[in-house]
Design a protein around this ligand. Structure first.
Ligand SMILES: Nc1ncnc2c1ncn2[C@@H]1O[C@H](COP(=O)(O)OP(=O)(O)OP(=O)(O)O)[C@@H](O)[C@H]1O
Ligand SMILES: [Mg+2]
Length: 232
């Protein structure tokens, strides 16, 4: 993203952000409430239009980007409630659809990817349970598994540890450790680095819709390539 601006209700919520997430980066986006973290994530993914500047995902502007299976997104607030109760496995399997061809039923590889994603978040024993009966932290893990089921190259999570107990935070750290070990790119919105700190390669702090500070903690395993949000 170069000079990214977003206006919401006539107010500039992102006020000119330059940010490039490299392949293999594990980037923690921090900042006070209302500083624009979720807005930035959504703008990087093309879910919100820019009022200024530009952004690219794997070298394409969002409207031209087609390969959505390469990106897994776990939003801050879950639109998971209501309606027909779905099992954990059904919710996770819904994350596989971007990878499936439209007219073909789930293949053995699709089913294996779903099982693997459920296992990665430690919910194998709950796969047949209704997702809405799980605790908040476990529901968060279901959404993470849903994102993982698509076997994305890059995973974006908005405050995955908010309201999550220490045990579930440790579980997420283990899951992310596996993903980063595989060289995947991770963008996290976090209030505190907590147990994820050893995995983080970069931090970016937002204040009032601008980048206020940036640090590089360690080298990304695959620093050469560029991925989501890379400039033109
Ligand atoms: N749909 C909207 N319409 C108008 N203003 C909005 C909208 N969504 C967010 N905002 C405002 O934009 C600002 C940034 O919001 P955003 O959700 O990006 O912040 P955040 O850093 O993610 O905060 P939090 O830590 O609470 O999640 C806030 O002042 C918020 O009130
Ligand atoms: Mg937010």
């Amino acid at each position: 993203m170069t000079g990214g601006r977003v206006r919401l209700d006539g107010r500039e919520v992102l006020a000119g952000v330059d940010l490039s997430v490299g392949a293999g980066d594990v980037l923690a986006l921090t900042g006070p409430n209302g500083s624009g973290k979720s807005t930035l994530v959504r703008a990087l993914l093309g879910l919100l239009p820019l009022s200024g500047g530009r952004t690219e995902i794997y070298g394409r502007i969002p409207s031209r980007f087609r390969d959505w299976g390469r990106i897994g997104y776990v939003p801050q607030r879950l639109p998971m409630g209501g309606g027909v109760p779905a099992t954990v496995r059904e919710v996770v399997a819904s994350g596989r659809t971007a990878r499936q061809s439209r007219w073909r039923p789930a293949s053995a590889a699709d089913r294996a990817a779903v099982d693997h994603a459920i296992e990665a978040v430690g919910l194998t024993g709950r796969a047949r349970d209704s997702a809405h009966l799980l605790s908040g932290g476990q529901q968060q893990r279901v959404l993470i598994a849903r994102a993982l089921a698509g076997e994305p190259d890059a995973i974006v999570m908005d405050e995955p540890n908010a309201g999550v107990d220490a045990g579930n935070q440790e579980a997420l750290a283990r899951t992310l450790g596996t993903l980063t070990g595989e060289g995947r790119t991770v963008l996290l919105v976090l209030h505190e680095l907590g147990p994820l700190e050893p995995l983080i390669t970069r931090t970016v702090r937002l204040e009032g819709g601008r980048i206020a500070a940036e640090t590089r903690l360690r080298t990304a395993p695959r620093a050469a390539e560029q991925t989501a949000g890379s400039p033109a």
